[in-house]
Design a protein around this ligand. Structure first.
Ligand SMILES: Cc1cc2nc3c(=O)[nH]c(=O)nc-3n(C[C@H](O)[C@H](O)[C@H](O)COP(=O)(O)OP(=O)(O)OC[C@H]3O[C@@H](n4cnc5c(N)ncnc54)[C@H](O)[C@@H]3O)c2cc1C
Length: 329
């Protein structure tokens, strides 16, 4: 028994649980994984997201790097964009946020959800009045209560391939390569504090399918390129893939006392596919709706990456003078 069950302990779920617990609710988080868990993600967070999390980067006790500019590459062109961003390791960050929430966390894969009077029953074992679906792309709350009225659009599906590993990197800058070899998206090199690195690439699944390309082929060319550029010489690549959805017209995000947040809604930004910030923000909004009875609305969420990279691309605030680099999508 609890006041609220949160399914999924990623940034959306842990943020929602944290605020509910602060307001005095008894909260259980159910996650199929045991934390700390691996989460495919470049781990790039904006200052706005850290501010939503009430986290001063100087106080974060784990790996965090700050970049004051980003290096954007498009064909032969490179521009330096002034933009403060941070990199964290999701393996550490998600565990930190979940611990900070100070709620009961149980390792449990949620399969079945029923309603019983005003309560939700999960797998015949857990009962609560409020239910929050924060299970990411495969969220069982979305699947059971929201999918039919809120189907995700295949045109907004991303496909990604990446790896994070211990590496003694020499270049402390963050690099992004757009549309290489016709990739309908971008590739990245994100150094992390304490000797880790994340390299990966992603694009729109529909366009990739239409082009008949597979991410594995783009990946092979990409790791060749970072090797040639003396950025990463690594022989033990084992990349993995993951898919999630960008922001569409999200209509139904609340059904009586059930809410969905983060990737389960499909909230990542349409420009840079940034999902941590929207996950955190939606977790806060859902918690506020539960605590105060306010409307749960995501209408105020920007479709772009905060005051970070994309809005600056759109506003053409480049360090260099070139003005013709388009937004990603
Ligand atoms: C390769 C890649 C790179 C990315 N890079 C960035 C980036 O640099 N910056 C950025 O902002 N965003 C990035 N994103 C997007 C970002 O990772 C997601 O948008 C973000 O993690 C969403 O958070 P969430 O809490 O909604 O879901 P998640 O972090 O996916 O958490 C969902 C949780 O639910 C649990 N769960 C799932 N099903 C069940 C079940 N049946 N029962 C119980 N638990 C369940 C999972 O174990 C998981 O812990 C990237 C994504 C990918 C794939």
């Amino acid at each position: 028994m609890a006041d609220a069950i949160v399914v999924g302990g990623g940034p959306a779920g842990s943020t929602c649980a944290w605020k509910l617990r602060e307001a005095g609710l008894d909260v259980i988080v159910l996650d199929r994984a045991t934390f700390p868990r691996h989460k495919l993600c470049a781990g790039w967070v904006t200052p706005e997201t850290l501010s939503d999390l009430e986290l001063d980067p100087r106080d974060y006790p784990l790996s965090l790097m700050t970049f004051d500019e980003l290096h954007l590459h498009w064909k032969a062109l490179t521009v330096r964009l002034k933009s403060r961003q941070h990199s964290i390791r999701r393996f550490e960050f998600d565990d930190f946020l979940l611990r900070r929430a100070s709620v009961r966390v149980l390792q449990h894969k949620v399969c079945e959800i029923h309603r019983d009077g005003g309560d939700h029953i999960v797998d015949g074992e857990f009962r609560a009045r409020f239910l929050v679906g924060a299970g990411g792309t495969a969220c069982p709350v979305y699947r059971t209560l929201f999918h039919d009225r809120n189907p995700r659009s295949s045109a907004l599906q991303t496909a990604t391939y990446e790896q994070e590993f211990a590496y003694d990197w020499a270049d402390p800058r963050c690099h992004l390569w757009f549309f290489d070899d016709g990739l309908p998206g971008y590739a990245w090199y994100v150094p992390k504090a304490n000797g880790y690195i994340n390299v990966g690439l992603g694009g729109m699944a529909d366009k990739l399918k239409h082009q008949g390309g597979h991410l594995r082929e783009y990946w092979r060319r990409f790791v060749d390129k970072v090797r040639r550029k003396d950025l990463v010489s690594y022989d033990n690549y084992r990349p993995t893939g993951y898919s999630y959805y960008l922001r569409g017209n999200v209509d139904v995000i609340r059904d009586d006392n059930a809410y969905i947040v983060g990737d389960s809604v499909g909230l990542a930004t349409r420009d840079m596919c940034e999902g941590i910030g929207p996950a955190v923000r939606s977790g806060l909004l859902a918690a506020n709706a539960i605590i105060t009875g306010a409307e749960y609305s995501l209408a105020g969420l920007s479709q772009f990456t905060g005051r970070g990279l994309a809005s600056q691309i759109l506003e053409r605030k480049f360090v260099g003078a070139h003005r013709s680099v388009p937004a990603v999508l």
